[in-house]
Design a protein around this ligand. Structure first.
Ligand code: MIC
Ligand code: SF4
Length: 648
């Protein structure tokens, strides 16, 4: 029986466990990446592990998220990250060098290798045939220390691509189509593996657009084969030696399969407020658009922006529409500058932002009240733009550019007389200058780590009590995102290393009174629907609830990274055995679980008493033996420390 590409790479890196879907396995990690908004916490945790030098092939610390320096805080965080990287053998990508996933693809992606990143869009690396997984900072810290990464062995879902894209339709439309079919929870527990004749028609950055947004499917990761296109991309980056051809065996057996005929796709858009709320641009119709933002780790590569420049050339942005463009990397920005495309953008009236996440994470450019904002990004979760009343649509760069000129939603086949202006070749040589990537000190022992007043220690974790009696302080619906749990925007991102401050905003998009009520109650449960915690890898979505006394979340189902983050921080992630039991629990019900240690240690399901209703219901704990010990110890750091003490 032939093997999938996913299983080949997993098998090559397997450290423990049986490769049966659903079982816990652990794999060796070749490369890690962090970015600054999750990185401060990840490096504080790495320091707590007490390891001098990273033990990966290469670890890279990017600074790309917290770029607005409206106070000392972000600059303090940058100094901390640059110096801690220098000390511990980590390469550091300076602010201005670009968005982590774009730069990593250009300069460090290696087919067949494993990459663990403290950012949910790490699977961008799947575009180059890497097994690239997003995780919480603590998991990445452990991997930097040479420890394996534990994950649930995934199923492999095959997306076979046939045909080729019509002019004006692009990679973003492919992944929007996958989201339309599978939904934001359709990828949970799965790796999405792309095969078929259509693959050859897609360049590496286009493939990366597709794997990037596999994060929005909830997938463990997504991956493309490594083929002639991959070789050409690596050669053009001056890294042909990193090329290896890789593909699934022709007779590989997949757990599931869908087929997409690229030739049949038309431009699509995800409507507010979910990436799977997808319709054709045509069916949505010519709604008036106030803002267009082009960029993000999904759509800011050289060819994406060359097409945007071709559309804008000689035209003017609509008077009622603001257009921003953030090139994905210094390399992209520099090439656009050298060939004149940047000038075409500036001339048309685009507002050029630095190479960083920018508006994608609400770092500036929050739209006006009730505005419609059309973005090439990957997430349009409620409130994420920084303006709760705004309506955000996700589209391709081509759709975004023609929309910015028209002032209403439209697409390239509709708006352009001559679609051949979109024929942009991939460069034979990219402009390579890695002068903004700082190699670490040979001998880190003399390097002093700079800790400004913004760097606060992380909250203390306590061992699990044997009995918990606590009220339900929130009852939430399906698809609650980490942007609901721990909002991020220009005002809050500077406090990513200050949990007490962040906790004041925890879950406030759901209920503004939550932090206050949680502090008063001292300990509480949260109840939620399906796919709780989808979105970002931010551990802050577990650390802030922990700080506020959340003991357990009882949901219909969880998103992968958030569930790991809850366990890593000692918060119980429980699911309703009978989903109908969700209806029986109300806000403020007093719940009790007793003899918890025995339950957590040995049982898959156990009983929760609803004292307010005089009833009981059953919950499931889907955790490995290792995770159970972690929960009892009060999280991964306590567990690791206990293990170390025992072996000493
Ligand atoms: C995001 O896109 O939500 C982020 C900001 O990149 C996050 C990381 C974070 O919350 O810092 C992610 O995707 O993991
Ligand atoms: Fe940055 Fe947005 Fe990509 Fe997250 S999704 S890494 S905020 S560009």
């Amino acid at each position: 029986m032939g093997q999938t590409l996913t299983n080949k790479i997993l098998a090559n890196h397997l450290v423990s466990g049986e490769m049966t879907p659903g079982e816990e396995i652990s794999i060796g990690i070749d490369y890690t990446l962090t970015q600054d908004s999750t990185g401060t916490m990840a490096y504080l945790q790495f320091e707590a592990l007490g390891i001098d030098k990273v033990r990966t092939k290469r670890s890279i610390a990017y600074i790309d998220h917290n770029m607005l320096q409206s106070g000392f805080e972000n600059a303090d965080d940058h100094n901390y990250i640059m110096s801690v990287a220098n000390k511990h053998g980590i390469y550091a990508s300076r602010p201005g060098n670009g968005i982590c996933h774009q730069v990593n693809l250009e300069r460090f992606g290696v087919p067949g290798a494993t990459l663990l990143g403290s950012d949910s869009h790490t699977p961008t690396g799947g575009g180059i045939g890497m097994l690239a997984i997003g995780a919480g900072g603590l998991d990445v810290a452990v991997a930097m220390g040479g420890g394996p990464y534990h994950l649930t062995c995934p199923e492999v879902l095959n997306v076979e691509l046939t045909g080729s894209l019509q002019p004006g339709v692009s990679a973003k439309d492919v992944i929007l189509e996958v989201l339309r079919r599978l939904s934001v929870k359709g990828g949970v527990g799965k790796v999405i593996e792309y095969t078929g004749e259509g693959v050859k028609t897609l360049t590496v950055p286009e493939r990366a657009t597709i794997t990037n947004m596999g994060a929005e499917l909830g997938a463990t990761t997504s991956i493309f084969p490594s083929d002639e296109e991959t070789r050409k991309f690596l050669a053009a980056q001056g890294r042909e030696e990193d090329y290896v051809p890789l593909a699934a065996d022709p007779d590989a057996v997949y757990d599931d399969k869908i087929v997409i005929d690229l030739s049949e796709l038309t431009p699509l858009a995800a409507k507010p407020h979910m990436p799977d709320n997808v319709e054709t641009v045509k069916d949505i119709g010519p709604i008036k658009v106030d803002q267009v933002c082009i960029g993000s780790c999904t759509n800011s590569s050289y060819r994406d922006l060359m097409r945007v420049a071709a559309i804008l050339k000689g035209k003017t942005v609509h008077p009622d529409t603001s257009l921003t463009i953030s090139p994905g990397s210094k390399q992209v920005m520099n090439m656009l500058a050298q060939n004149g495309a940047l000038s075409d953008m500036i001339d048309a009236g685009a507002r050029i932002l630095e190479s960083a996440c920018g508006p994608c994470i609400g770092m500036g450019q929050s739209p006006a009240t009730d505005a419609v904002s059309v973005r090439t990004f990957n997430r349009n979760f409620y409130g994420r733009s920084g303006t709760p009343s705004a309506n955000v649509y996700l589209v391709s760069p081509e759709t975004a550019a023609v929309t910015a000129l028209a002032g209403h939603l439209t697409d390239a086949p509709e708006a352009l007389e001559d679609l051949s202006i979109l024929d942009v070749d991939m460069p034979e040589e990219f402009v390579v200058n890695d002068n903004m990537i700082i190699p670490p000190a040979e001998d880190g022992s003399q390097v002093e780590v700079k800790r400004g007043p913004n760097i606060k220690p992380f909250p203390e974790h306590h061992a699990l009590p044997n009995d918990i009696k606590a009220p339900v302080l929130l009852k939430m619906e399906d698809n609650i995102t980490t942007d609901h749990i721990m909002p991020s925007n220009a005002k809050l991102l500077p406090y990513r290393s200050n949990i007490p401050y962040l906790a004041e905003f925890c879950l406030t998009p759901v209920d503004e009174t939550f932090p206050e009520r949680a502090k008063a109650a001292q300990s509480c449960f949260l109840v939620a629907g399906e796919n709780y915690g989808q979105g970002s890898s931010r551990e802050h979505a577990a650390l802030a609830p922990l700080y506020l006394g959340v003991r357990g979340v009882i949901a219909k189902s969880f998103a992968r990274i958030h569930m790991d983050n809850l366990i890593n921080n000692g918060i119980l992630p429980l699911t309703f055995v009978d989903p109908a039991a969700y209806d029986s629990v109300d806000l403020r019900d007093e719940l009790e679980i007793d003899d918890l240690h025995a339950d957590v240690r040995d049982k898959d399901t156990f009983i929760v008493k609803n004292l307010s209703k005089g009833a009981t219901f059953e919950v499931k704990l889907a955790a490995s033996p290792r995770q159970r010990s972690m929960l009892i110890a009060g999280g991964l750091l306590n567990y690791t420390r206990d293990q170390a003490q025992q072996s000493a």
